[in-house]
Ligand binder design. Sequence first.
Ligand code: PAF
Length: 284
Amino acid sequence: MEPQIIKSVETMQETAASLRQMGHTIGFVPTMGYLHQGHLRLVEVAKENCSKVVVSIFVNPTQFGPKEDFNRYPRDPEGDIIKLKEKDVDIVFMPEADDMYPEGFQTVISVKELTKGLCGASRPGHFDGVATVVCKLFNIVKPHIAVFGQKDYQQLTVISRMVRDLNMDVEIVGVPTVRESDGLAMSSRNSYLHPEERESARSLYGAILMAQRMVEKGERDVSYIIKELEGFILSHRHTRIDYVKIVDPDDLEELSEIKGDSLLAMAVYVGSTRLIDNSILKID
Ligand code: PAF
């Protein structure tokens, strides 16, 4: 069946309220569109857990910095709707920016500590934009469950903390990263990569495997591991490191020594495309 397309915030709110009244459970997948297998996996998880699935497509302007790629962010609403129809999605919510942020809008949600490092350090204001729009989307879509990819690990952590801190009545579910056959994490931004850059983009997953091997062999010195990973990434053409960090997976604080399961997180420019990836480094 064709999904119902809803563009108005008010209609989405009314529809969500009546679905709840009828006893449905609402599973929600917020996206910025240009959907790939990673998004579709989130949809599957929402479907497994709820009787109705809502997917939002909204390229949220407030989470992009002034020099970032908001204007050229890839968009394909028709293609997205076909993919969502194949996955039996019930509702696609596609709001307009001025319905989401009407004249006079001035409220910001800021999750303070968790957004200081990693992508928060290189993209000031990004997570305020994400937390605020996700909070708004939760109020509009009224989901029982909301599903996010672990590829955006910091985003998942920030949203989980917002939900906990603000007593929001929604369960956050994180889903493992879906990868291309050579390990590259799926991302809408991969479409920016030229063929040579696409080759170099493999270095992110290569660095993850390298770190895992080092930890398995007993290496615990974080600055040594990072130096090796950076050298490996930079040995690939077109790469420039934004950050490579090993942090505590709960509070995202930087570690100097690996004592338990730790998060390797990185952001690397390949050409002008900023790619992120992460993995939990497990000890024993
Ligand atoms: O991960 C994304 O696509 C976006 O950050 C989100 C969660 C849809 C908010 O705009």
